[in-house]
Ligand binder design. Structure first.
Ligand code: AHM
Ligand code: MG
Length: 342
């Protein structure tokens, strides 16, 4: 048989997400394929959300619903749409036992006993939703855990959900930006896919991504400056005064977008605690934890200013945490201010 002629296109552009996930199973010899079945539910949902976001100005989906969620935040119509689509696409997968979303006060228990429903999927259906109306990037963040108690009989669902980030089986996000991009990890590196609008497939764009060890972008909502602890204020003054190296500032106001830039270009993103919000703003289980898993898999770091995010044991489904995440050297420098007693 003749060899294929030399290609003009990068090898990676032919690998679909589905193929990549199947390939990752070589690291899990006992894998049955049910995990890739679960992830395909997520990709199906995010393709539908992406299509809706692209048409947002044309259909009646922009703007607020007039309601607030359990966390007192204004709910946008697209928040509700994204939440419903994710719930539907994932609940058809028999191996998903629990779904938990930023938009729902309580987890949805799909299978409460027996062998079905091995996985727990937690998600922020539409992160950065205050960006929707001005056509700025928004995204979906997800984290996958495995139920610990897999025997027959009733299960303690909340105990299964409140696991530290170290136990995540997978994590990732989809960013609906100038293109739709999916980034995921199952603990074997961080990989990025771009949705090809022509074929409807997520195609591999970058494999084994690494956050630069040093990055000169800092990202923070500085309108909170006077409400930050003095150690965070000191750190900010230090980086702003630094001439060599000189830092630049970028802040989108959507964690997915700010994290995505940090993953590609390095630097530090932070959402510290404030006097108004002593535990910070971002949610542990479906914002901080999945991003921390990705950051560490890419050679970066994630901390709450004292402790590694992945080691923290959440006490409640919607618990919040301060977050400092990004390039190893920048996060370590931030820690030298926030964790002086260590
Ligand atoms: P959301 O999930 O309700 O959209 O809120 C989380 C968002 C993050 O994406 C972002 O990092 C942060 O809130 C921005 O908050 P602020 O407007 O206080 O800077
Ligand atoms: Mg969010």
């Amino acid at each position: 048989m003749n060899d294929l002629p030399e290609s003009q296109f990068p090898e990676t552009s032919m690998v679909t997400l589905q193929q990549h996930i199947m390939g990752q199973q070589r690291y899990h010899p006992t894998a049955t394929g049910e995990f890739s079945w679960l992830l395909s539910g997520l990709t199906q949902a995010t393709k539908i959300i992406s299509a809706k976001v692209r048409r947002a100005g044309l259909v009646d989906i922009l703007g607020a619903t007039g309601n607030e969620n359990i966390q007192g935040e204004v709910v946008q119509k697209l928040d509700i749409f994204a939440n419903e689509i994710l719930m539907k696409c994932l609940s058809y997968r028999g191996n998903v036992g629990i779904l938990a979303s930023e938009e729902n006060e309580n987890p949805i228990i799909l299978h409460d006993s027996g062998a079905a429903g091995r996985y727990i999927v937690l998600f922020d259906p539409l992160d950065g939703s205050s960006n929707i109306d001005c056509n700025m990037p928004i995204g979906t963040i997800f984290s996958v855990l495995e139920r610990q108690n897999t025997g027959f009989g009733p299960r303690d669902s909340m105990a299964d959900i409140l696991q530290p980030g170290l136990k995540q089986r997978a994590a990732g996000y989809v960013i609906y930006g100038s293109s739709t991009i999916l980034v995921y990890t199952t603990g074997q590196g961080v990989h990025m896919f771009t949705l090809d609008p022509a074929s409807g497939a997520f195609l591999l764009s970058r494999e084994n991504m690494k956050i630069p060890e040093d990055g000169l972008i800092y990202s923070v909502n500085e309108s909170n400056y006077t409400r930050f602890d003095s150690d965070v204020q000191e750190y900010l003054v230090k980086i702003k005064k630094s001439e060599k190296p000189r830092y630049n500032s970028r802040y989108v106001g959507a964690l997915v977008a700010d994290f995505h830039r940090t993953l590609l270009k390095g630097g530090i993103f932070m959402y510290p605690s404030t006097s108004d919000a002593p535990k910070g703003k971002l949610r542990m289980l479906y914002e901080c934890s999945p991003m921390a898993f990705l950051a560490e898999q890419a050679g970066g770091m994630a901390t709450d200013g004292k402790q590694s995010i992945l080691e923290k044991i959440p006490g409640a489904l919607h618990e919040r945490s301060p977050l400092f995440i990004g390039s190893k050297n920048q996060v370590e420098e931030a820690l030298s201010f926030t964790n002086k007693t260590k």
